[in-house]
Design a protein around this ligand. Sequence first.
Ligand code: G1P
Ligand code: ZN
Length: 548
Amino acid sequence: MRALSVPITPFPDQRPGTSGLRKRVAVFRQQGYLEAFIQSTFDALPDAVGEGVGGKTLVLGGDGRFFNTEAAQIILRMMAANGVARAIVGRDGLLSTPAASAIIRKQQAFGGIIMSASHNPGGPNGDFGIKYNAANGGPAPERITDAIYRHTQHLSAYRTIEAGDLPLDRLGTTPLGAMTVEVVDPVADYAELMQRIFDFDRIRDLFRGSFHIRFDAMHAVTGPYARAIFEHILGAAPGTAVNAQPLTDFGGHHPDPNPTYAADLIGALTTAGGPDFGAASDGDGDRNMVVSRQGPISPSDSLAILTANARHIPWFKSGLPGVARSMPTSRAVDRVAAALGIDCYETPTGWKYFGSLLDAGHIALCGEESAGTGSNHVREKDGLWAVLFWLNLLAARREPAEAIVADHWRQYGRDYYARHDYEGVDADAANRLIHRLRDAVPGLPGRRVGAFTIAAADDFAYTDPTDGSVTVHQGIRIVTEDDARIVYRLSGTGTEGATLRVYLERYEADESRHALDAAVALAPLANAAAELARIAEMVGRSQPSVVA
Ligand code: G1P
Ligand code: ZN
């Protein structure tokens, strides 16, 4: 097979964000675009981690969206040309993000390439994405993504080989040049790991009774995982996994498990005679939404409840060393950590910050308000794992999910929580808003806004306890005298303009006030947040486009 070096001009827009490079499919399909990013990644690794991919094992898989299989073939040829010894690929080019992380770790691979744009729409007019995960199974740290970006700026050629497409629909081993390609069942290693973490016998007992769940795979990658694990291994009724066939355009929907895009699921749960528990996951299977018969359980509450109940899970039977939440996630888990006497870390948004705490053994559980929950079993958030955690908990406590939630609030108090997103606003205007707040921070304590008096304000900065590295400007935090909190930050993942996120939370200890509608409970704080940042005036929007 002939090795080729194909000349190329750099693409200046290839700066990977916290979740890799995400662009429209049309951008990725430009001649040489995908190739430029992959070659830059391979070229960057010797600078960033001291070793390149030559002679190494790499894992490859994606969420099945449009362009996934074409991209997989291109990447395999480039791996072969760059001297990779062994490529492990999920059948049909599929691997959920957490399964890819699990395989990298289990096979002690050098790293992996994940093809996904997560919860964003797919299809010819949708999004595509690529990210590199390191040997710990987690998203590339900044030192790698910065090096990739540097290389994208002056790349002059990429390496590939002349070879036809490989049959990725058949399990087994095929040579590609000097490289060995191993096509593996995308579910097997992951399912085996789940059986080591949870009490599958107990969950099987639960399904033997009258207990029913519905899992909505949203036509994305978790369908085959959910069928195998819930229906075949755990004995849930056939049809428990709905929308379980992965489609390249996710059936035309957003594979984003939130109350807007998973409204059917919530409808089913809150209707008499519906399932006892519901859940959904996103395009690449790392996010989760869990739903009781009272509606969705907020991700911040879910993290707190899982922490409080970790003792029911075999994997955590010796306790938790500590937990972590992203800064904008509600402080519900902090209360649980305090009661358990364990550390609770507050990190910037993005999974990579949890990765170093997990690697160092400082924490074993972590989560984000944006439907991400995970643990030390992999180095990504993990949607199905979170659902299995809940199932194990329901099986151990033999109480409905809504009762477990109410009981948690009774014991710890309730943190009412909401996120207001102003999507697609003018990027300069959004930056001005944040700068203005940042400049105002020193003068904010003592100031009144609406019914609240500001007690403290800062521009969140984080020092990683494992290596002392400092990350600044991670969002403006405002805490009021009655311990409500407002956080303002700009999204780092959007593809159009800017997205301003405003996170609102208010603690309520009084049990008789735990059943309010969150929007009602938070209305005064939402008004205060809009007023303080002068949102309408600064970005021209009087209402958020999404309330999550
Ligand atoms: C969003 C979420 C964040 C998550 C990230 C990747 O990032 O808010 O919690 O880690 O997607 O899934 P943002 O757009 O807010 O920067
Ligand atoms: Zn995702």
